[in-house]
Design a protein around this ligand. Structure first.
Ligand code: PRT
Ligand code: ZN
Length: 283
C-alpha cells in the first residue's frame, strides 16, 4: 500500500484529487478523513496542510506527496522531486512600491523585506551577496509596505493582480513553481513499482490536456500537403473512404492550433473536418 499526502484544503486540493481521479484512482469525495483508502488502486491518501507535506514525505510517514515546489524548496527537507504536474503554476518574486526606481538586486541592501519564504529568499540574497533584513510573516505579506512594516515583499505571484491592488511592482523573479510529485528518498522496489504506474498514468493525463482528436477527409492527391499541415504525435492514421479518390486522416492536435489547421486544410480542398474531445492518451 502506497501512502500519498495531499493538501487537505486550499488551492492544490481539488486539482490533486482531479488528477488522481483522471488517472483512474477512485477517491471518495465524502471520505475526507485524515486518511482514506482508494477502492480500486493500492494507495491511501493522507490529507495535510501543505506546509507539512515535505517533512512527512522526507521522513517516510507518507511515501509520496503532491505539493508546490515552493514549499519543497522552502522547507529544505530531503525529498525526491519525481514529476512536475503542471498545475498550481506561480512564481516567487520580489516587489517594491511601484513609484520607486529600481536598478538591480543591490537595491535591497539594508532594506526590510516581508515574506513567508525566508529560506528561499535568504539563499537568493546570499548568492547575490546582498545584506537585507528579512522579516518573516505568516500572511497578508502584500500589505506590509503600505503599513510601514517593510520596504518590499517577497511572495507568490500568479496573475499579478494582488501586487497591482497594493501599489507594488514586481522587480525580480526568484523562482517558478508548480505542483510536483515528491517521494521519500530510497523507496523500496515494491512501492517504487506502484509509483511508476502512478507516474505513467499522470503522464497520460497531462499529455491529453489541451489536445483534440481531428478527423478530416482529403482528396488523395492532397494527402501529402494535408499531412504537412497536421504533423501528429506519431504518424497520423490514413484510411481510404468508400468514395474512391478520397481518404480520411485521423490525428491528435493541440486545441490552440485547431482553427488555424482547419482553415489551411479547407484551402487545399479538405472537407468534413470533425473535432472530437479526447479523454485519455495512454502511451
Ligand atoms: O492551508 P494550507 O497551509 O494547506 O494552504 P496555504 O494557505 O499555505 O496555501 P494555498 O492553498 O494558498 O496555496 C497552495 C500552493 O498553491 C502554494 O504553495 C503555491 O504552490 C500554489 N499557488 C499557485 C499559489 C498561487 N498560485 C497564488 N496565487 N499560492 C498562493 N497564491 C496567492 C499569493 O500568496 C498571493 O496572495 O495568491 C496571491 C497572488 O495571486 P495573484 O493572481 O493576484 O498574483
Ligand atoms: Zn500552507
Amino acid at each position: 500500500m502506497l501512502r500519498i499526502a495531499l493538501q487537505s484544503k486550499g488551492r492544490l486540493n481539488e486539482k490533486s484529487l482531479s488528477l488522481l481521479r483522471d488517472a483512474g484512482i477512485a477517491v471518495e469525495e465524502s471520505d475526507r478523513r485524515l486518511l482514506s483508502r482508494s477502492s480500486n488502486f493500492p494507495v491511501e491518501i493522507l490529507y495535510l496542510r501543505d506546509d507539512d507535506i515535505p517533512q512527512t514525505v522526507s521522513c517516510g510517514i507518507a511515501d509520496v506527496g503532491i505539493v508546490g515546489l515552493n514549499e519543497v524548496r522552502e522547507r529544505g527537507f530531503e525529498v525526491e522531486v519525481m514529476q512536475h504536474l503542471g498545475f498550481g503554476k506561480c512564481r516567487l518574486s520580489l516587489a517594491i512600491p511601484k513609484d520607486i526606481p529600481y536598478d538591480g538586486p543591490e537595491y535591497f541592501n539594508g532594506k526590510r523585506i516581508a515574506t513567508s519564504y525566508p529560506g528561499i529568499l535568504g539563499a537568493y540574497f546570499k548568492e547575490k551577496n546582498v545584506q537585507c533584513d528579512i522579516r518573516e510573516i505568516a500572511g497578508s505579506v502584500e500589505i506590509s509596505p503600505s503599513i510601514g512594516l517593510a520596504d518590499g515583499i517577497f511572495d507568490i505571484v500568479s496573475s499579478g493582480g494582488t501586487l497591482i491592488q497594493n501599489g507594488l511592482a514586481e522587480v525580480e523573479k526568484v523562482m517558478d513553481s508548480d505542483a510536483v510529485l515528491i517521494g521519500t528518498p530510497g523507496l523500496p522496489e515494491d512501492k517504487l513499482s506502484v509509483v511508476r504506474i502512478l507516474q505513467s498514468r499522470f503522464t497520460s493525463v497531462l499529455r491529453s490536456k489541451g489536445k483534440k482528436y481531428m478527423l478530416v477527409n482529403v482528396p488523395n492527391e492532397k494527402i501529402d500537403e494535408a499531412l504537412a499541415i497536421i504533423p501528429s504525435m506519431k504518424s497520423p492514421t490514413l484510411l481510404p473512404l468508400a468514395d474512391k479518390g478520397w481518404s480520411a486522416i485521423h490525428a491528435v492536435v493541440d486545441e490552440s492550433e485547431i482553427w488555424d489547421k482547419a482553415d489551411r486544410l479547407k484551402k487545399i480542398g479538405a472537407e468534413d473536418i470533425l473535432i472530437l474531445s479526447m479523454e485519455k492518451l495512454i502511451i
